[in-house]
Design a protein around this ligand. Structure first.
Ligand SMILES: Nc1ncnc2c1ncn2[C@@H]1O[C@H](COP(=O)(O)OP(=O)(O)OP(=O)(O)O)[C@@H](O)[C@H]1O
Ligand SMILES: [Mg+2]
Length: 238
């Protein structure tokens, strides 16, 4: 099982939206996908209509053995978030033993909370790769370089993919951010994914309807972009 932490300590960069929609696209292309909602805010769980369901991701981490809940999307399973994740304290690695008790999954996408909570940091430390969603704003490199440097200190060789979300191609600031992101690749040593997820009203509406955008509005620009992202990830993650 490939473990991918969707990580950025900056808030609101579409981490949870990406976990939900990328997870759904990978599941639709015949992979068995496990989503771990590691955020006490439980945005991902709400987006699947499964907030409040047990066992939660915290149950899995603490008890070391629990079964995930099947979502409305075939092959897509979830350990929902838990308010008590905010209070998680751990001296040892909780993730490796908990995840090794789960069989049959191809990919595990871990939706980290913003900031540096215990669960997010442990996900960062124990995942096989990191996926960092960013917004193309003038300060894009500030948050990203801090996040990448933190990861590099702890995990020197771990592959990092950077994904541009809520992309607005016509804005000058977007083009400037694109240039900054490309220029920083040699120094920060991340992979800038080609697929960009556009700003798209269907993505936001899908969340309110508690469905992945590919289910809510299959032909929307957001759905097409997340399907393209899934295809690109399958290639890059080989
Ligand atoms: N492509 C998109 N087009 C339009 N709105 C989007 C898109 N992606 C995400 N959003 C909206 O942006 C907001 C933030 O997204 P999301 O909750 O996924 O971010 P996050 O990084 O998980 O936030 P947090 O750091 O609080 O966990 C949400 O309201 C979501 O619906
Ligand atoms: Mg989130």
């Amino acid at each position: 099982m490939l473990k991918v932490a969707i990580f950025n300590f900056k808030g609101g960069t579409a981490k949870s939206t990406t976990a939900l929609s990328l997870g759904a696209c990978l599941a639709t292309s015949k992979r068995k996908v496990l989503l771990l909602d590691l955020d006490g805010q439980r945005t991902l769980s709400f987006g699947l209509g499964l907030d409040g369901i047990q066992p939660t991701a915290l149950d899995l981490l603490i008890k070391g053995k629990a079964s995930p809940t099947e979502t409305s999307v075939k092959n897509l399973w979830l350990f929902p978030g838990d308010l008590d994740l905010f209070d998680l304290k751990a001296d040892a690695d909780l993730f490796t033993p908990a995840l090794s008790s789960l069989n049959g999954f191809d990919v595990c996408l871990m939706d980290c909370s913003p900031g540096l909570g215990v669960a997010s940091v442990q996900a960062m430390l124990t995942s096989d790769r990191l996926l960092i969603p960013v917004l193309c704003e003038p300060a894009v490199l500030k948050g990203l370089s801090e996040a990448v440097q933190l990861v590099r200190e702890e995990r020197p060789g771990v592959p990092i993919d950077v994904l541009r979300c809520r992309y607005k191609p016509r804005l000058v600031v977007t083009k400037e951010a694109d240039e900054l992101l490309a220029e920083a690749v040699p120094e920060l040593d991340y992979h800038l994914l080609k697929t960009k997820i556009p700003e798209n009203v269907a993505v936001a509406e899908a969340y309110a309807h508690q469905q992945p955008v590919t289910v809510y509005s299959s032909k929307s620009a957001g759905a097409k972009a997340y399907r393209a992202l899934a295809r690109e990830c399958v290639e890059v993650w080989k």
